[in-house]
Design a protein around this ligand. Structure first.
Ligand code: ATP
Ligand code: MG
Length: 262
């Protein structure tokens, strides 16, 4: 099983949305996705159609795998579980601090086929939740909303990924091409990151939060929108990485390219 951490240093970048949409799309590509929530706010389940917060999950039960649920699209997902009391939150914080590979250890016991891919949604980096996701991952999918905050936070995040020897791919999200600032940020990021920035820019679309409000998969409810097209392109790239790049390394179809190459 390969593991992808969906991370960003900016809140509201679209991590939870993209984790859920990618999981559904990868299933349509024939992969066996498992969406994991490493964020105590417990929002992932709502993206898969749940109407209530989930009480038990990854953080608060030993048999967490038994609390996995299946979406209407057939995606298996494991919610974090309720945030709990102040004492339990402190206990979990200590566990994450004491064992930086806690999540990696849990995923090692997941008994899924070789085609399986775990997508981890985490709280913004830096945080113990994002560190756990990165420590468990084969690939960091770094989301960069087309805002100045993405440029301001990029250097320390890149340094952390370098320090961890992480394979990574970057994606611009929430792009509004009609706004000069958004296109300027997008151009600056491409000049900085080169081919490590994937060509699929995820456009802003008011239908994304509307689909969430209805508890629907956005790509299924609005399949012909630009943003659904963007997400499908991203899913195709991830599928290619899973089939070729993850095994073959740089230079192959779907492989992670070097940063800074034009
Ligand atoms: N491409 C998009 N177009 C429009 N709205 C979007 C898009 N992507 C995400 N959103 C909306 O922005 C909000 C934040 O998205 P999401 O929760 O996926 O981001 P996040 O990075 O997980 O945020 P957080 O830091 O809160 O965990 C949600 O209301 C979501 O519906
Ligand atoms: Mg989120």
């Amino acid at each position: 099983m390969k593991t992808i951490a969906v991370v960003s240093a900016v809140g509201g970048a679209g991590r939870t949305t993209i984790t859920a949409e990618l999981a559904s799309l990868l299933r349509w590509h024939g992969h066996a996705p498992l969406a994991i929530e490493c964020d105590p706010r417990g929002l992932l389940g709502f993206h898969f159609g749940l109407r209530e917060p989930v009480r038990q999950g990854l953080s608060n039960t030993a048999d967490w795998a038994a609390h996995g649920q299946r979406s209407d699209d057939g995606v298996l997902f494991v919610p974090w579980g309720e945030p709990g009391t102040r004492a339990t939150r402190a206990e979990i914080a200590m566990r994450l601090h004491a064992d930086p590979h806690w999540l990696r250890g849990l995923l090692r016991h997941v008994d899924l086929s070789g085609d399986a891919v775990a997508l981890i949604d985490s709280a913004p980096w830096p945080s113990p939740f994002a560190e756990q996701a990165l420590a468990a991952a084969d690939l960091a999918l770094v989301l960069l909303p087309s805002l100045p905050q993405s440029c301001a936070t990029l250097a320390p995040l890149r340094q952390a990924l370098d320090d961890g020897g992480m394979a990574r791919a970057y994606v611009v999200t929430r792009l509004q091409p009609g706004r000069q600032l958004h296109t300027d940020v997008s151009v600056l990021l491409r000049a900085t990151l080169g081919n490590a920035l994937l060509p699929y820019e995820i456009h802003e679309d008011a239908g994304v939060p509307e689909a969430l409000a209805r508890g629907e998969c956005f790509c299924r409810s609005t399949p012909h929108s630009q943003t659904a097209h963007d997400l499908q392109g991203l899913a195709s790239w991830v599928s290619g990485w899973l089939l070729n790049g993850a095994r073959a390394g740089d230079g192959q179809a779907g492989a992670v390219r070097r940063e800074g190459t034009p």
